[in-house]
Design a protein around this ligand. Structure first.
Ligand SMILES: *Cc1c(COP(=O)(O)O)cnc(C)c1O
Length: 492
């Protein structure tokens, strides 16, 4: 008896009719990808998209099929030539890593294997936990700590700040909400704190005012005396000081807060100690500079970013929490459709109990493969190399009368500007912005800009394993040339 009769209509699938065709196209894509990285230095860092490329991306929803080779040709023509540029050796804007080929293969294989890292009993889940364990080891966290891979530093910070809120709320905040808290919570960070913390306290229902920005010293590090005064003031006025956020590498200037002093303040004041180490936590693996982040191992939670100084392809962030049960108690929920079984696929711990996502991508593989290939020591040396390059650029700036350093260089971020005799701050900003835009438009280098202690400046952040010192020499030469050109073109 046939209980499953043959389908009368042909059933569809997304698999190709002929895997051999797919092989030929895939090999072509792979060869192109290798050539793309091999030649990256010879292409402009960035280029403006022509009108036909822009309009290509307003084409309507495709309704009928197209050969995969044609689809790839569209990508090769309209997408690949116009990247953001952060894989280029002279990309130093904002703050991000420069990716790596092995990591890209990891992303490909993760998609092929296709596992969902919400959890379950399978190899990808073990690898996910292993990578978290490696991150703990890198920053000196105990084996008993927990962690989770997330999209990036912003999510990693939200994880840490959420655990802090729930531990310090004074009520069962999961059940009763922030409205039931006996006193409003206060979080503290320097006035250089990354903007994602504002989003975090807002999303946590605490409100932006719950995050007190503490003044910084001449090195743009949190002023410890001012922090203590703010905590005392808040206690007197009916707030509950809950959490201090130390930044290991601020996004503006790369300043590293005194993490040991912050750990002491947190211990004395009974505060949660969170470290935003999106930039600098991994300096802990860099032999020449690791003392800069001493104290990070005392944190209650740490946010770090493998897609920055480990150069993992986007996205990869990581949150670590010293007390695994506090971490799990903040997020774990077991609905009836996700109960564990004693054996089989649903046995073991669910990884989604450590964060907000249910389905989770297989982010671990790209990190795992690159770490296995190169070893953690090489990543540490690359961090030292970027810091040495930033010091090299700092020396070039100090030796060049037309340029002016605008903040102390601590790690791999250099803030500086081109001088313009007698010009107002406003004109200096316009002049330096023009230099920055020309550098981008000519495809020479990508810098970004910011304002430090009220003064506009250009900013070079070297989290790039392809940068060489000669690239920085070229930057200075080109800036001086552009400075002369622009100054001549727009007289005062
Ligand atoms: C980059 C960064 C973040 C945000 O991380 P994303 O990975 O961009 O989400 C937070 N804090 C600091 C200090 C950063 O540099």
């Amino acid at each position: 008896m046939d209980i499953f009769p043959e389908a009368t209509n042909a059933e569809e699938t997304l698999d190709p009719p002929d895997w051999a065709d797919v092989g030929a196209l895939s090999h072509r894509i792979l060869d192109d990808a290798i050539a793309y990285l091999e030649d990256v230095r010879d292409r402009p860092v960035w280029r403006e998209m022509p009108a036909e490329v822009r309009s290509f991306f307003s084409a309507p929803l495709p309704r009928s099929p197209a050969p995969a080779a044609d689809v790839y040709d569209d990508v090769a023509r309209n997408l690949m030539p116009y990247p953001m540029g952060n894989i280029h050796p002279r990309f130093w804007s904002w703050y991000m890593g420069s990716s790596n080929f092995t990591g890209a293969l990891g992303d490909f294989l993760a998609a092929i294997q296709g596992s969902n890292l919400g959890g379950g009993n399978h190899a990808a889940a073990l690898m996910d936990s292993q990578v978290v364990n490696w991150m703990k080891e890198m920053v000196g966290f105990p084996v008993s700590a927990s962690g989770t891979l997330v999209s990036g530093g912003s999510m990693a910070n939200i994880i840490g700040l959420t655990v802090a809120r729930n531990v310090k709320a004074g009520v069962d905040v999961r059940e009763r909400g922030v409205g039931a808290m006996p006193k409003p919570l206060r979080y503290y960070a320097s006035d250089q704190v990354h903007s994602c913390h504002r989003k975090a306290v807002e999303a946590l229902g605490l409100g932006n005012q719950a995050l007190r920005r503490i003044q910084t010293d001449a090195g743009l590090r949190i002023d410890i005396a001012a922090l203590k005064a703010a905590i005392a003031e808040d206690r007197e006025t009916g707030f509950r000081p809950a959490c201090v956020i130390g930044t290991a590498g601020t996004v503006n200037t790369g300043a590293v807060d005194d993490l040991q002093a912050l750990a002491s303040v947190a211990a004395e004041e009974d505060l949660w100690f969170h470290v935003d180490g999106c930039i600098g936590a991994l300096i802990a693996i860099a032999p020449e500079n690791r003392s800069l982040v001493a104290g990070i191992e005392q944190a209650d939670s740490i946010a770090l970013d493998p897609h920055k100084w480990l150069h993992a392809p986007f996205e990869a962030g990581c949150a670590l929490v010293r007390d695994a049960s506090q971490h799990r108690n903040t997020f774990a929920v077991t609905p009836e459709y996700l109960e564990s079984t004693p054996r089989g696929l649903a046995s073991g711990e669910w990884l989604h109990d450590y964060g907000l996502q249910t389905s989770r991508g297989f982010r671990a593989l790209k990190i795992w493969m690159a770490l296995k290939e190169h070893g953690v020591e090489k990543f540490g040396r690359l961090i030292d190399q970027n810091i040495a390059q930033a010091r090299h650029l700092t020396r070039l700036i100090e030796a060049e009368p037309a340029l002016e350093l605008m903040a102390p260089t601590t790690i791999n971020i250099v803030c500086f500007r081109h001088r313009l005799d007698g010009a107002s701050e406003e004109r200096l900003k316009a002049f330096n912005t023009e230099i920055m835009l020309r550098l981008q438009e000519e495809g020479t280098a990508a810098l970004s800009d910011t304002t430090v202690q009220g003064r506009h400046c250009l900013r070079v952040a070297i989290a790039n394993h392809r940068t060489r010192r000669s690239d920085l020499d070229l930057l200075v030469t080109e800036m001086l040339r552009l400075g002369r050109e622009i100054e001549a073109a727009i007289p005062v």
